[in-house]
Write a protein that binds this ligand. Structure first.
Ligand code: HAM
Length: 419
């Protein structure tokens, strides 16, 4: 080992782990393209107050988990703990809501930072893929996002998952719910943990999400969000559920789902998978938020979005299919047996790569025997051998390394044969 190790809660991703990671990101961008969402890139750090304002001054993220520092110009800076705030800031700052027809739909991915206690699937630097719809005035957009997630999971061959959904209703319903939760907990304050005693005053809904009080909370008949919904919001929630049912989305209602960020009003949801050891991992979450754009100084625009955790999806895919499944598959390994064949090897590799084949050329000094050992160890599909005879006759010896079948062909025939 050298003199340095990576900081606690961070990861080095390489080989198959890095390939799974790229595969998830690539698949997610392809799905985003099908839904006609555009990419957006925003800074990895922002003014601290942006996150305090959007995520909620009293949320765990802001009070305990932010990587905050003063830069050399004495500015308060925070490494982004989530993506929504930065994207909304960028949309307001660049007036993207005015330049484009509404709603605008963006997707993003990258590193996010939270000072959390590291464990399986929880890191201090992690990666998310997220989307935001800004200027959305229809519950159909909420449905579209859940369909988006299910398309993504289907593409990734993840079939066993559950989407837990709940709704706060609009801001009015949410405020009523908040008041009734507060009222309910009044006689229970002294039985709550220290954090929840503070939450009782400044953020009572967060009590419902407390890991410490979890068992105690299960013994109580806490009011449910549905109790505070008016007819309009109830109907809308019913319509959303109908669409999800029609589209075979595996969802279930969770009347106590509140989410860890404070900006939500309306539908909220989380996506869960279960690992082999029985541990349930939330791989994504999101919902509707109606006040954030205005609170950050923009116009009155309703939004909805979600983000999935790439590291957690990667963990699950590895468990489901094995990481070797995600390694690059080499189609052709070109073996120049003599010095004079190296130019030809390079030229053929160029042509094959232009046809989208994955090609490795033996540029080193391996002996013929070690070339075959190397090819078999790395699971290459076919070997192209070029020696004196092949150069003379302008042909290639192509060996299928799985079946050991060998053919002697021109490059043109090889290309025709594999079309
Ligand atoms: P979030 O639920 O905080 O939502 O994070 C989304 C996902 O990121 C989580 O479900 C989880 O898979 C992953 N994640 C979060 N923290 C960690 C961690 N420490 N280590 C590994 N993975 C993690 C948001 O961030 C919202 N911005 C989503 C959203 C977008 N809502 C509306 N628009």
């Amino acid at each position: 080992m050298g003199n340095y190790i990576r900081p606690r809660g961070t990861l080095d991703l390489f080989d198959a782990d890095a390939q799974i990671f790229s595969y998830i990101n690539k698949t997610a961008s392809e799905v985003a393209k099908k839904y006609n969402y555009k990419p957006i890139y925003t800074p990895t750090f922002e003014q601290t107050s942006l996150f305090a304002r959007s995520t909620g001054e009293t949320s765990d993220i802001v009070t305990k988990e932010m990587y905050t520092f003063k830069d050399k110009g004495d500015r308060e800076i925070t490494l982004r703990p989530e993506g929504t705030a930065g994207v909304i800031r960028a949309i307001i700052e660049n007036k993207l809501y005015a330049i484009n027809d509404l709603p605008v739909k963006y997707y993003y991915s990258g590193s996010f930072f939270r000072y959390e206690r590291p464990q399986v699937g929880r890191y201090r630097e992690f990666s998310q893929f997220g989307v935001e719809i800004v200027g959305s005035n229809s519950y159909l957009d909420d449905c579209e996002l859940i369909l988006f997630i299910s398309s993504l999971l289907k593409e990734l061959k993840i079939n066993d998952y559950v989407i837990r959904i709940n709704t706060f209703g609009d801001l009015n319903c949410r405020n009523n719910y908040r008041d009734s939760v507060k009222e309910f907990f009044k006689p229970h304050i002294s039985s709550l943990c220290e954090d929840c005693q503070k939450r009782f005053n400044n953020n009572p809904l967060r009590i419902l999400d407390c890991k410490i009080d979890k068992e105690y909370l299960q013994t109580l008949s806490i009011p449910q969000t549905q109790d505070s919904l008016d007819e309009k919001n109830k109907n809308e929630f019913t319509k959303i559920k109908e669409i999800l049912k029609d589209n075979d989305i595996p969802f279930k209602e969770d009347p106590y789902l509140v989410r860890g960020l404070d900006y939500y009003t309306g539908l909220i949801f989380e996506v869960d998978i279960t690992l082999k050891d029985g541990k349930v991992l939330t791989i994504g979450g999101g919902g509707r938020y109606s006040c954030l754009v205005k609170e950050l100084g923009g116009p009155d625009l309703n939004c909805v979005g979600f983000a999935v955790g790439i590291n957690r999806i990667a963990l699950y895919l590895k468990e489901l299919y094995g990481k070797e499944n995600y390694e690059n598959k080499v189609d052709y390994y070109i073996m120049p047996f003599i010095e004079q064949a190296t130019k030809k090897a390079t030229a053929i590799a160029k042509i094959l790569r232009e046809k989208n084949y994955v090609v490795v050329v033996e540029n080193g000094k391996r002996s013929v025997g070690s070339m075959f050992k190397y090819a078999s160890k790395n699971n290459f599909s076919k070997a192209i051998m070029i020696g004196e005879d092949e150069l003379k006759e302008n042909k290639l010896k192509v060996k299928d390394l799985k079946t050991q079948e060998q053919i002697y062909v021109t490059l043109e025939d090889l290309l025709k044969g594999s079309e």
